[in-house]
Design a protein around this ligand. Structure first.
Ligand code: B12
Length: 492
């Protein structure tokens, strides 16, 4: 059974980092962790190939070689996924599909022979059993959540690690909070499920032994969902693991209440974490109440962000405009918040209602849903009829993006962050890749770019004021170039 695992292409979006990857000669930001996990769950004796269309082409030879194609994707990859299914069918392959895109929209994929949906830990074994007995059904689904202590380590050997900017590891799934616009609890549950520290260390060892020396993203919905285990087991194990290893920083996603726990932040930093993505959403108390983001209420959010930065965690933030309580003053308030907090990577989107969320159900009842969701929450589209006049909302949104990603304000924010940010003890090494990035950015941003004055200003400022963060300054300058390009392409 020759098995082809295929990951469809991402469009040029905010999180694709496409325009930044060129500086470091990488093809994609992250590997397809879901498919790599499927690769490890399929029978060992089946010959396997993984084609990530983001880093390599799907060739006629691949299609001729294979008997079955296993396709995994998120909604944003839909166009490429439709195309891939058609290509596989034309080549006479049987197609199996799973992952978030198909969980949400499987009815739109006629060509797929078998949908193996939700968590494959639960749905793949019955499919494989039926397949063996020649009675495989079209649809496998479950409402249960898997025990991820049973999840095998991803089959890293199926990809060429060198083509990716970062690697991914997953410690937990699910989130204890209940924000009404977020589909995480519908997809992954309310009670965080965790792997053991030994499992995580084995995955890290796997990557290390394959030669990986670079960023590793803990792709958890909320890394601090189970603080007790984190503090008592995982972080001590990571601290130990990191002792004799350099150049492998970690980052992750967590809720804002991380800022309340100085000890936890310090442990995370000691364990090698240098960044965290946090859903901040809005500085408006009424909107926070409206969306049930209780963990962000009644706090000084700017102070919280700074506390994390001072501990050594760069905060990336998610922001939303278009809540029912939002008035037109929200646009300037979001801008002020983002600038003051020094959140350089600010993912700002219009409120969207994802199927399965409480927001979706409410807006459906109120007759305020429109068409489909694009799957990209940084493209200025929405599937809801907002309370605010849509044109005013859209204009206000575009103004936020224009302002925060204009060279002047973007670079201002980088300095705000660098002033506050505690440099990692081990320093940020100026390795060959970073040196290459510096060379390229000097030309692309420092000579050709419209940000050239801000660029050289930042490099000089950093050299004198925060020399140990020089490498970080270059990375952020390159990110800025990417974000501006994406905004020009998709929003303005
Ligand atoms: C890491 C991550 C990212 C990373 C990169 C992922 C990558 N490889 O490129 C980054 C930060 C770039 C990212 C960005 C985005 N992401 Co994202 N991301 C995640 C996150 C947190 C973890 C994904 C992961 O690796 N999980 C671990 C693996 C093991 O799980 P898995 O992929 O789900 O696979 C399991 C099953 O789905 C299934 N499965 C998966 N593939 C296949 C294939 C087959 C054949 C089968 C049978 C089964 C199967 O089996 C696996 C084991 O159970 C998830 C949330 C989550 N908990 O999964 C969101 C998630 C996937 N992202 C989501 C979204 C919406 C986005 C964005 C569009 C957000 C935005 N701001 O616009 C962007 C778009 C990306 C882009 N490039 O443009 C949504 C997808 C929703 C959907 N229905 O498609 C999720 C589910 C989050 C959410 N709250 O809804 N994301």
């Amino acid at each position: 059974m020759n098995t082809l695992l295929i990951y469809p292409a991402f469009p040029d979006t905010f999180w694709s980092f496409k325009h930044a990857l060129k500086f470091i000669r990488k093809k994609a930001a992250y590997p397809p962790l879901g498919l790599l996990t499927i690769g490890a769950m399929l029978p060992k004796e089946w010959p396997k190939r993984l084609v990530d269309i983001n880093v390599t082409k799907l060739t006629e030879k691949d299609l001729e070689w294979a008997d079955y194609a296993y396709i995994g994707a998120m909604v944003i990859q839909k166009a490429s996924a439709l195309n891939t299914v058609a290509q596989c069918k034309a080549a006479g392959l049987k197609v199996v599909a799973g992952g978030p895109l198909f969980v949400c929209e499987h009815a739109k994929f006629d060509g797929v022979d078998h949908f193996v949906l939700n968590e494959a830990e639960l749905t793949l074994p019955p499919f494989l059993k039926d397949l063996k007995q020649g009675c495989a059904k079209r649809l496998y689904t479950t409402t249960e959540f898997a025990d991820i202590k049973e999840t095998p380590a991803p089959a890293w050997g199926l990809i060429d690690l060198k083509r990716y900017a970062a690697m991914s590891v997953q410690f937990s799934r699910g989130c204890p909070f209940n924000c009404d616009f977020c589909n995480v609890t519908t997809l992954f549950g309310h009670k965080p499920r965790i792997k053991t520290a030994a499992q995580v260390i084995a995955e890290l060892d796997g990557l290390y032994n394959l030669g990986w020396r670079g960023q590793i993203f803990f792709v958890d919905d909320n890394f601090i969902g189970n603080k007790k285990y984190l503090e008592s087991h995982l972080l001590p194990a990571l601290i130990e693991w990191h002792k004799d290893k350099k150049g492998i920083p970690f980052n992750t996603e967590a809720s804002l209440n991380l800022a309340d726990n100085q000890e936890l932040m310090e442990m995370m930093v000691e364990a090698g974490f240098d960044g965290v993505f946090v859903g901040i959403e809005t500085p408006d108390e009424e909107s926070l109440a409206e969306c049930n983001k209780r963990q962000n209420k009644n706090r000084d959010l700017v102070k919280d962000v700074k506390r994390m930065q001072r501990a050594g965690l760069e905060v990336q933030g998610g922001f939303i405009v278009g809540f029912d309580s939002d008035t037109t003053s929200i646009f300037q308030r979001q801008i002020d918040f983002i600038q003051q907090s020094g959140i350089v990577t600010a993912m700002v989107g219009l409120l969207q209602a994802l199927p399965g969320t409480r927001l979706y159900e409410r807006l459906k009842r109120e007759g305020r849903l429109l068409g489909h969701v694009s799957g990209d929450n940084v493209d200025g589209t929405t599937n809801i009829i907002p309370k605010m006049d849509f044109d005013a909302l859209y204009e206000g949104y575009k103004n936020i993006m224009r302002y925060i990603y204009s060279p002047r304000h973007y670079y201002q924010r980088v300095k705000t962050l660098l002033r506050e940010y505690k440099a990692p003890k081990a320093g940020i090494p100026m390795d060959f890749q970073r040196f290459l990035a510096l060379f390229r950015s000097n030309i692309r941003l420092g000579i050709l770019g419209r940000e050239r004055f801000q660029y050289w200003g930042l490099l000089l400022w950093t050299l004198f004021r925060r020399p140990q963060l020089f490498s970080m300054a270059i990375t952020l300058a390159i990110y800025g170039h990417h974000f501006r390009k994406v905004c020009e392409l998709r929003i303005f």
